[in-house]
Design a protein around this ligand. Structure first.
Ligand code: HEC
Ligand code: CU
Length: 367
């Protein structure tokens, strides 16, 4: 009886674990539903490897079961020792050659896609983005357009986009599982890769190199849009104005407060000449998330400006003079709401792109 209880307990713990672990997936954050060229290549290699492993498993288990049944000691033969054999040339050759063949089956597509994914033949004629990883956010500079943005990288569907990646501090790693493989982002040498997405949408990115206190919160997005929307967006970004004047009365007061407390780090226009110290806020009202992790809303924005140190411990905004030692705002919440009103006027296009609209709808966000 007791024995049974133990087994049931172990079994239920295991099934619970399986449930919890499989529930971790999001369908725009998984390597198992590829929506881009690099992800698709990796997925194919995963499938080939699994098929080979399944074949090996079945064959080995079949031989094992056959041998155990056929050659087990039988009644009346307890003292008999079977004929001893050693070194069967045919067998030795068979079990050396078969694994070599299996490895070749895995190696050929692996090597082919490794070279394919490293190909830079079309780089000159494609969109080039200089990616910069910072504790704990990402900056994206469109090299041919002299435009930069942060946290959300816009790319046109089906186009190859080449990324030139560097870190501004420690080593980070760039990974958008649905779109492509991972790449280290080092402070010293530039690593490059290209991404190509097959479907419009908002895809989740993660930093996968342990890089400090808030490493697990260093999220970003790739926003895949139609070519037309991409062109409009780039145009809108080029026209963002450093001299923008806020519209509503509250936003005007907010802008004043922003100019006194925030502008030393944050630019409100997308020009590539702005130094990369803090996220560029040019297209802020079209973001899906605040600081990469909180759903976009005024409430979440006020919360972030009031205590960035609590939401993302150790982040670069904690050096701001308006914050106390704990990273809590010394500006009143009322004033921070005015700043939020100002930031929520900043946008490069009147409406968010379709992918962002869909994303907000799916996630149950207003605005
Ligand atoms: C010392 C430089 C500095 C100052 C001053 C500063 N910030 Fe920041 N801010 C940052 C950094 C760095 C981040 C990125 C934090 C992260 O995600 O790791 C950030 C992030 C943000 C974000 C999220 C951006 C995004 O793309 O989601 C907002 C909004 C923001 N700051 C608003 C403000 C406001 C408003 C003020 C003034 C009250 C301010 N910041 C002052 C450095 C600064
Ligand atoms: Cu990182």
């Amino acid at each position: 009886m007791k024995d049974w209880m133990g087994k049931i307990r172990t079994l239920s713990i295991f099934s619970f674990l399986v449930m919890v672990l499989t529930a971790c997936g999001k369908d725009n954050l998984t390597a198992l539903v590829p929506k881009g060229y690099g992800a698709e290549q990796s997925f194919n290699v995963i499938i080939i490897s699994i098929l080979v492993m399944i074949v090996v498993f079945i064959v080995v288990m079949a031989i094992y079961i056959y041998v155990v049944l056929k050659f087990r000691r039988k009644k009346g033969q307890e003292d008999q020792i079977p004929v001893q054999t050693e070194g069967n040339k045919t067998l030795e050759v068979v079990w050396t050659v078969i694994p070599i063949l299996l490895l070749i089956i895995i190696a050929v597509p692996t090597i082919a896609s490794t070279y394919d994914l490293a190909d830079e033949g079309e780089k000159e004629d494609s969109i080039n983005v200089n990616v910069k990883g910072m504790q704990f956010w990402w900056n994206f500079e469109y090299a041919n357009e002299e435009v930069q943005t942060s946290q959300e990288l816009y790319i046109p569907v089906d186009q190859k986009v080449y990324l030139n990646m560097l870190s501004g501090d420690v080593i980070h790693a760039f990974w958008v599982p649905s779109i492509s493989g991972k790449m280290d982002v080092s402070p010293e040498n530039e690593n490059t890769m290209y991404i190509q997405a097959f479907e419009e949408g908002v895809y989740w990115g993660k930093c996968t190199e342990f890089c400090g206190d808030s490493h697990s919160l260093m999220d970003f997005k790739i926003v895949v849009v139609s070519q037309e929307e991409y062109d409009q967006w780039i145009d809108g970004m080029k026209n963002t104005d450093p001299e923008y004047t806020a519209q509503s009365a509250s936003a005007q007061e907010g802008q004043q407060l922003f100019n006194n407390n925030c502008i030393s780090c944050h630019a409100i226009d997308a020009s590539a000449t702005n130094p990369v110290i803090a996220p560029n806020l040019a297209d802020f009202d079209n973001r899906t998330m605040i600081a990469g992790i909180e759903h976009y809303s005024k409430e979440a924005l006020v919360d972030w400006i009031m205590n960035p140190g609590e939401i993302k411990p150790g982040n670069g905004m904690m050096d701001a003079e308006y914050l106390d030692d704990e990273g809590m705002s010394t500006i009143s919440e009322e004033d921070v709401e005015k700043i939020a009103d100002f930031l929520m006027e900043l946008k490069a296009t009147d409406e968010p792109v379709d992918s962002v609209k869909d994303f907000r709808e799916q996630e149950g966000q207003g605005n």
